[in-house]
Design a protein around this ligand. Sequence first.
Ligand SMILES: [Zn+2]
Length: 122
Amino acid sequence: MSDYISEIQLDEMLAKLNQLRNELEEEASSLQHASEPVMLDQQSVGRVSRGDALQQQNMAIASLGHCQERIRQIEEALSKIDNDEYGYCEGCGEQIPSARLNAKPESPLCISCQEKQEQNAP
Ligand SMILES: [Zn+2]
């Protein structure tokens, strides 16, 4: 187990997670702004551009949800590092391969559990 811990380099993961969270929080705050109700100015906004504005707003709301979900996962991963539980799959309890953690440090599931979850998703 100690070999595994040194392999995934917790310091590096911690730095990555913190950086990722900062980036996502910045993105979330700009999306938050974009997802606020569109102010309709009848004189300057025609029907077509109002539709565009609403579409952009819907996209911003969807992206914001995705962003907030990732922030939540990052916070969970950070608390797992604190509790020495980081790097184990929430589905099967096995160690998550370091390559996967390097690519997606906030991931709470190994690839096979992730795939199962996605198949079960509505
Ligand atoms: Zn698993």
